[in-house]
Write a new protein. Structure first.
Lengths: 517, 89
């Protein structure tokens, strides 16, 4: 096996591939990955990933290139991620649950040199690669040959590890490039809050297009622990996965826990093996935190906060359960030791009275958006001798409690935990319905104010079931409105802008609107 | 004495459970059908259907079995395997 070679003496700048290889040499016989019932040891994981890296290199892929990955959450996806990194390339995850058109736009926009596809997804390839003429396509089962005996990971740390695409206001997914250095900085930060031992079992529930997956994968694989991938349709049975496999580490959006609770499956003591729980991605309510604490009585619970642009999460607050009156929403806490967090006005001045837009600075923050200097210029600014990223989240700071979330400065929302720009849906609705005016509001909201879906309003245009079908072709399911409503006149506020609050009131949800948006 | 059923019988009971959970009285399930083919079969109703099937047949599926469910036919396979093991025990 190439990673056990003693010939590997030359000094290789650390990247994620070489960091995992170092661990794999020590723990080669230990389990590294469980996915869809298949268990791979570190040796098996590296043999398959090494073969992919070699095939990519034969295709001319190397440092500085991007490799798109289209796979359900089976072992194919994980070995492809590692294979791309071992070849020195950055990976670009696609999502089998996205419409082909969205995946196609991501491939195109990322400028991927190669695409690795699992066998099960090969049928959707033609639509996705249409128009990407030079793209090298590798289907998993056709990747053969020996794994090389020297790690081919000689790219400099500081080059890209991955590019993730998030919802963009203009209707085009927005790329966020993250470097190896960014990820190592995150891992140092999160390791101040959790220990991971080779005996541990890190559960993975989020899609690979969501950067919380980076936490699970690399926390496990830089520790010699085993990553357990809970499949897309098994999230609600997660307590059973944790119990059966003795899961020790958990990270999800709070919505996932709330849904498990709603399904009646979050029973007291049902996850005795869990040691560390992290929630991220949306507001964590005290009631969900308390129910989770009862279900996993040995687990520490930490609320972590941060956008994809700042590599998974940037700040943390340790929740102490057993509170007589749990907080409505758990604090975002304080930034990780190496990172800086501040509250600024739109002019880049410190906010007055400890309220302002939450801005982030430090080694976890991306250099800027992928091939989008104008969006980068909008979202980054210089102040106090540092470069800051504007999150668009409004916050407050209280000593001893840390930062708290007050709402959005723009119209980004979380729908079932997924980050969504409402303007992107509105653009798609206008196009599909053939109207000039469309407004989308998050609806319905659950008891904590979190959005479970959205409703679209149009003035004019054709509202038929075809419109919804067209939207399903371009938007992920969580962004497709549950219904379309044609209205005679768009309500406007005092400034002449569309009054989204009035639309929410029309739906009967005015009281929760502030918290959802 | 452990009960065993034919594939058709199991599929029919799965269909009746799914039609109750989904509120689709006319649901016609075939072995090849996947969740994507059935309106309303999302992550929440999926778990309700699995738990309904477990209760109806007195079985408990392992996480590997849950992870490997691809279509209605694979759900029938799992029930049959559990029944065969129970009958052999």
């Amino acid at each position: 096996m190439w990673f056990s070679s003693t010939r590997h003496e030359r000094r290789v700048p650390e990247n994620l591939g070489s960091a995992v290889a170092k661990i794999a040499r020590i723990h080669s016989a230990r389990p590294a990955l469980w996915a869809k019932g298949e268990l791979l040891t570190y040796a098996e994981l590296f043999e398959r990933a090494g073969r992919i890296a070699a095939a990519l290199e034969r295709s001319g892929v190397g440092p500085g290139d991007r490799v798109a990955i289209l796979s359900e959450r089976s072992s194919s996806a994980y070995v492809a991620i590692l294979g791309a990194l071992l070849a020195g390339a950055a990976y670009v995850p696609l999502n089998t649950r996205f419409p082909a058109d969205r995946n196609r736009r991501i491939v195109e926009r990322s400028g991927a040199r190669a695409l690795i596809c699992s066998d099960a997804q090969a049928h959707s390839l033609p639509e996705i690669i249409a128009g990407s003429g030079d793209l090298e396509v590798l289907v998993a089962s056709a990747i053969t040959g020996d794994a090389p005996d020297i790690p081919p990971c000689d790219s400099d740390a500081g080059t890209l590890a991955y590019v993730f695409f998030t919802s963009g206001t203009t209707g085009v997914p927005k790329g966020v490039p993250i470097s190896h250095d960014n990820v190592f900085a995150y891992l140092r930060g999160i390791r101040t809050l959790t220990e991971v031992e080779p005996e541990d079992r890190v559960m993975q529930v989020v899609d690979l297009t969501f950067d919380l997956s980076v936490h699970d994968i690399f926390l496990a694989w830089t520790s010699g622990a085993c990553l357990y991938s809970i499949p897309e349709n098994g999230t609600l049975l997660c307590t059973r996965f944790v119990e059966e496999h003795g899961g020790t580490h958990w990270l999800s959006v709070p919505s996932a826990a709330a849904l498990v609770k709603q399904a009646g499956l979050l029973t007291p003591g049902c996850m005795p093996s869990l040691k560390y729980t992290f929630f991220c991605g949306e507001a964590l309510t005290g009631t969900v935190a308390e129910s989770w604490a009862a279900a996993a009585p040995r687990s520490e619970i930490t609320n972590i906060y941060g956008p994809t642009e700042a590599t998974v999460a940037f700040s943390a607050f340790r929740y102490i359960p057993g509170q007589a009156s749990p907080p409505a929403v758990v604090s975002l806490g304080e930034p990780f030791p190496e990172q800086h967090m501040g509250l600024f006005t739109a002019d880049g001045e410190r906010g007055e009275g400890d309220v302002g837009e939450i801005c982030l600075s430090g080694s976890q923050v991306t250099e800027g958006y992928w091939m989008a200097p104008e969006i980068t210029a909008e979202r980054f600014f210089e102040a106090e001798g540092r470069r800051w990223y504007r999150t668009g989240d409004l916050g407050r700071y209280v000593a001893n409690e840390g930062y708290s979330y007050l709402g959005r400065a723009d119209r980004q929302v979380k729908i079932r935990g997924f980050r969504v720009e409402l303007q992107e849906i509105e653009n798609a609705v206008r196009k599909a319905a053939g109207c000039d005016l469309a407004a989308v509001v998050p609806w319905p909201l659950d008891e904590s104010g979190a959005a479970l879906g959205c409703v679209a309003f149009t003035v004019g245009g054709s509202i038929t079931s075809d419109v919804l079908d067209q939207l399903r072709e371009v938007l992920p399911d969580y962004m497709v409105p549950s219904r379309l409503e044609r209205i005679d006149e768009m309500p406007l506020n005092a400034n002449g802008k569309i009054d989204h609050r009035a639309l929410s009131e029309h739906l009967g949800g005015a009281k929760n609107q502030d918290r959802a948006a | 004495m452990a009960e065993t059923n034919s594939r058709a019988e199991i599929l029919e009971r799965v269909q009746s459970i799914a039609s109750n959970v989904l509120g689709l009285p006319d649901l016609q399930l075939s072995e090849e059908m996947t969740a994507r083919d059935v309106p309303g079969w999302d992550s929440l109703t999926h778990v309700q259907i699995i738990i309904g099937v477990e209760q109806a047949f007195g079985i408990r599926m392992t996480s590997t079995e849950v992870a490997q469910l691809e279509n209605a036919g694979s759900l029938v396979d799992v029930v049959q395997q559990h029944q065969a093991r129970a009958a052999g025990a």
